[in-house]
Design a protein around this ligand. Sequence first.
Ligand SMILES: [Fe+2]
Length: 197
Amino acid sequence: MQNNLTRRDLLISGLGVSAAAVTGVGMKDVLASSASSDEKKLSPEDKKKLKEQLQRELERKVYAVSDELFRNVNHVKTPGEYVGHEKGHVPVIKAPKRVKYLEPFTARIEVGPVSLHDMVPFHYIDWISLYVGNVQINNFVVTPLFNRPIVSVELTLEKTSILRAQEHCNLHGIWESEPFIIEVVRPLGDKEFIQDE
Ligand SMILES: [Fe+2]
């Protein structure tokens, strides 16, 4: 039986707060509004299944939980134009576009280019990572209520690099930022650093 559960089922069963409670819609109301005379004759087991199905439907409507989002790393479909879940999930890197060789600078990652993502117990970002090229250079674990979906990191670079950020939402999967290129300026006249790669 357990093996037949989808990832979404597991997620929903793990939620501490139901969407019905969040929206102020009681499950009794949902059942009462949808129960036909036939449904009133259901066995306790079938009523339980119906209740679980209704709760899943309600959760899906409120949070648009989708198995599809968990299959891959999600990217913005049209760069610079954010639609649907992209608005609150695509990480945004904020950093200087040009830095000096090995001079420290701050890169900030915000989750949500249009609006910051929720950080509440049933819907939150749980980690944010930064990549330089293909190398994951850190991974920040964040928890709901106390954290905002924003992290800052101090970096130094030896050469012009492409930064990418990823984050994970407990309901909507992994999302990746658009690539952010940082040009590294090397000291002039120093033969050791003249050649860029
Ligand atoms: Fe989300």
